[in-house]
Each structure stands twice: as structure tokens, then as C-alpha cells.
Write a protein that binds this ligand. Structure first.
Ligand code: GLN
Length: 456
């Protein structure tokens, strides 16, 4: 812990951490030492982590990357954090992220960007950019992230680490500051699928305080990851696994370096015994407008709670209550958050609801059905996570739509609520890492982790 705290201080220019609690971490490390000495053999006892600053924690401030939550302290821990703590992990601090998890580059944080440790002139991805940077720079062995439309998978891909977003409902959203509630999921980001499996087992499970939490018995994802397939051999652990390649995930616009690295990963999977089959997800492109209607709609509603009364920032000067609301929100929210509140309010408004929101909901169902069609022909779907490697810092600054378009491969699975992960498979332009995306059917996290583990 001392070693990692020194690394965190030494790497402060990377902007991975928004808050560091050295004293708290050392106290918890000493407690873990006692637990270990007493014979506690839990695999996560004494593992130092750090949490995306979208999880509320009682021992440290929580900002969600926003000025509007400056000075806010939660009276309780998010369920995911509480469960990881109970398993013996502890936190070095809170990690940078895009404001309310809205973004793909960590450049929408009110507290400055996080930098990609492979090339500091490039972005680490987002919105869990600090979580990815912290693992890639070896500041902590693993972190938590959240994924609404790709925010675990895309930064994992951009920084050469492994991350998994489980099936919607597998991890509790209690205490995870809401962006788009029907899409938000928690997940681990780490150096390997094996580490992710151990963390996900501890993080997940039914929670009566989240109405969309799935009531199923606790899962041992590490055990599931290790279950041998029928007919598998040591050389061919993936024998018989059918991997579906959606033809829409390999468009002409996909950059050649990403295409090359992804195909190298696929060839590796074939060597391990898997067979590749072509499938189709015909509404892939529509996932972008559908997501960018539904997510802002939910966000505009969720963010109405930040009104200067209950949490964080309040404008210093105002004339009456309405003026206080207006000034607080005008000062507290950043440009991207305001943009989404306006889009969301518009698509939900009388006269436009049917044309936009309702239409998007219908298409969302069709996108989910397309996956079920594809899973008739394969066990796992594979493709790129993003159309390019990590881009240069500042490149997306004045064109939000460009960043939205780069979410094309992560959004369909998010809208369907399916589990997805990113596994490093090689390097592209300028030596930047490239991740392979694996998407499974509902509750097939074990199969995804097994596949990724075989590659690693
Ligand atoms: N890039 C997407 C967005 O900006 C996804 C973000 C996320 O998954 N939290 O909404």
C-alpha cells in the first residue's frame, strides 16, 4: 500500500485520482494484515483498489466529476463498494471520470482530464478514464468502473487492460450516481480476466435497495471461468465454441490498424479451438440515435435532483427559489451535461415524446431481438470495441457528435442489457493498445471470462 501510494503521488500528472486517502488506506491495510494473520483466506483480502468517483462512499468525498457535487459527502457506501470492502479490499481514493459518466474521453470532467499512460498526449477513453489510467499505469491492481454505453469497455480497450460490464441487473446500482438508470451497470477493470472474475463475484448479487437488481443466488465467476468445456483439450480450451462476427462490426470505416489487431485476436481464438461464424446485427447504426435519445431522456430526469437544496453546490447569490435553482444548475453543470439535459427534456416533451422517445424504445426492443437472432448461430459475439485507437487529447472537444459516433460497437449490447467485455489483443496506430470486444447472452459472464482467460 505504501508502494502504491508513492506511485499514485509520483503519477499525479496523469490525473487518474480526484481524491487520495493515504491514512485511511494504511489503516485498512493494517486491518487486512490482521485478517490475513488470523487465517482469512479470501482471495481479495488486502487488495488495494480505487473507485470511480460515481460511487458514493462515506469515508471520502464523491463528485461524479461535477462541480455541482463539490463538497458533497454521502452518509453511506454504494452497495458495490460495501461488498468489495466486506471481501477485504480497501480504497486508496476516488477516480476521475467524465461528469456524471457522460463522455468517451474523460475530457468532460470538471476536475481536468485523465491522460493515457501509453501516450500522455492521448485520451484514456471514458467515462471511466481515471479507472483505466490507474490500472494501466499500475497505480492499483484493479478499479471499479461503470458502463452505460461503453464506459468500461472503451477505456479498457484504449489503455490495454481488461474490463467487464455484466448483464444489466447483476450488480446493484444502489449508491452509483444515476446517469441513465435503464442502462447503468457496475463492473471491474483490471489486468486480467481472472482478476475481473474475482472482483465481479464480490461486487455482484441481489440487493433489495435496487428495484432492477436480479434476484439470483450469488455467482462464483472465477469458478465459472475455469469450468472446462466439453471436448476441450489443454491446447484447445475453446473447442466447439462458436464465435459470431457481426458483419456490421467490420464496416469500411473501421480503421485498418484496429481491424488488423482484432483479426489477430480472432485468429488466436481459432487456434484455441473456437470456430468463427458470420452473423448480422442489422440495426447496429441505429443504436447511436436510439441511445442518444434514451440516455439523455433518463439523465434529464435523474439530474433534476441536483437543485442546490439537497446536495453539494448552491449558488451564493439569488433572489428567490427559482432563481436559486437556475443559478445553481447553470454554475454547477458542465457543457455536455447541459446539452444532454436539453436533449432529454426535448425528447420527453409533449408533442415530441411519440416521435422520439417512444420510437427509440421500440427500436431498443428490436435491437435486443436482433441479438437473440444472432445467438441462434453462435455462443459469443466478437468484434472491435471502438473504431479507432485512443485519439489525441482535445480532438473531440468541439464536436460531441463525433464522439457519439465512436460508441457504435458498444451501444447495441448496452441497449440490449447484455454482458460485454474488452480484452487486449494487440496494438494499432502509434503503438496504442486495441481491445477485442466479447458480448455474451444474458448471464453468460462466465463464458465471456472463460474465453478471455483462454486468450490471456
Ligand atoms: N460514451 C457514452 C456516453 O457518453 C457512454 C458513457 C457511459 O457508458 N457512461 O454516453
Amino acid at each position: 500500500t505504501q508502494h502504491l501510494l508513492a506511485r499514485v503521488t509520483g503519477a499525479s500528472q496523469l490525473g487518474a485520482f480526484l481524491h487520495v486517502d493515504a491514512d485511511g488506506a494504511l489503516t485498512r491495510a493494517a486491518e487486512a494484515d490482521r485478517r490475513l494473520a488470523a487465517g482469512d483466506a479470501g482471495p481479495l483480502v488486502g487488495i488495494p483498489l480505487a473507485h470511480k468517483d460515481i460511487y458514493v462512499t462515506a469515508d471520502m468525498p464523491t463528485t461524479a466529476g461535477s462541480k455541482i457535487l463539490a463538497g458533497y459527502r454521502s452518509p453511506f457506501d454504494a452497495t458495490v463498494v460495501a461488498r468489495l470492502n466486506a471481501a477485504g479490499t480497501f480504497s486508496l481514493g476516488k477516480l476521475n471520470c467524465d461528469e456524471f459518466a457522460m463522455g468517451s474521453a474523460n475530457e468532460n470532467s470538471a476536475y481536468g482530464p485523465a491522460l493515457n499512460p501509453w501516450d500522455r498526449t492521448r485520451v484514456p477513453g471514458g467515462s471511466s478514464g481515471g479507472s483505466a489510467t490507474a490500472v494501466a499505469a499500475r497505480l492499483v491492481p484493479a478499479t471499479t468502473g461503470t458502463d452505460t454505453g461503453g464506459s468500461i469497455r472503451q477505456p479498457a480497450s484504449f489503455t490495454g487492460i481488461t474490463g467487464i460490464k455484466p448483464t444489466y441487473g447483476v450488480c446493484s446500482r444502489y449508491g452509483m450516481i444515476a446517469f441513465a438508470s435503464s442502462l447503468d451497470q457496475a463492473g471491474p477493470m483490471a489486468r486480467s480476466a481472472e482478476d475481473c472474475a474475482l472482483l465481479l463475484s464480490a461486487m455482484s448479487g441481489f440487493d433489495e435497495r435496487d428495484a432492477t437488481s436480479i434476484n439470483q443466488p450469488p455467482q462464483d465467476f472465477h469458478a465459472q471461468m475455469r469450468v472446462a468445456r466439453d471436448g476441450a483439450t489443454a491446447a484447445q480450451p475453446l473447442k466447439g465454441l462458436r464465435i459470431g462476427l457481426p458483419k456490421e462490426f467490420f464496416p469500411a470505416a473501421l480503421s485498418a490498424d484496429v481491424d488488423g489487431a482484432v483479426r489477430q485476436g480472432l485468429a488466436e481464438l481459432e487456434k484455441l479451438g473456437a470456430t468463427l461464424v458470420e452473423v448480422s446485427l442489422p440495426r447496429t447504426e441505429l443504436a447511436i440515435p436510439v441511445y442518444y435519445i434514451i440516455a439523455p431522456a433518463e439523465a434529464s430526469s435523474n439530474l433534476s435532483r441536483f437543485d442546490g437544496v439537497k446536495f453539494g453546490h448552491r449558488a451564493a447569490k439569488y433572489t428567490d427559489l427559482l432563481d436559486m435553482y437556475k443559478k445553481t444548475r447553470a454554475e454547477g453543470f458542465g457543457a455536455e451535461v447541459k446539452r444532454r439535459i436539453m436533449i432529454g427534456t426535448y425528447v420527453l416533451s409533449h408533442g415530441y415524446y411519440d416521435a422520439y422517445y417512444l420510437q427509440a424504445q421500440k427500436l431498443r426492443r428490436m435491437i435486443a431481438d436482433d441479438f437473440q437472432q444472432a445467438f441462434q448461430h453462435c455462443d459469443v459475439i466478437a468484434g472491435p470495441v471502438a473504431p479507432s485507437v485512443a485519439w489525441k487529447a482535445g480532438e473531440g472537444a468541439d464536436d460531441p457528435v463525433k464522439a457519439y459516433l465512436a460508441d457504435i460497437f458498444t451501444l447495441p449490447g448496452s441497449l440490449a442489457g447484455l454482458p460485454g467485455m474488452s480484452v487486449p489483443v494487440g496494438f494499432g496506430e502509434a503503438g496504442m493498445p486495441v481491445g477485442l470486444q466479447l458480448i455474451g447472452n444474458y448471464f453468460k459472464e462466465g463464458q465471456l471470462l472463460h474465453t478471455a482467460h483462454a486468450l490471456q
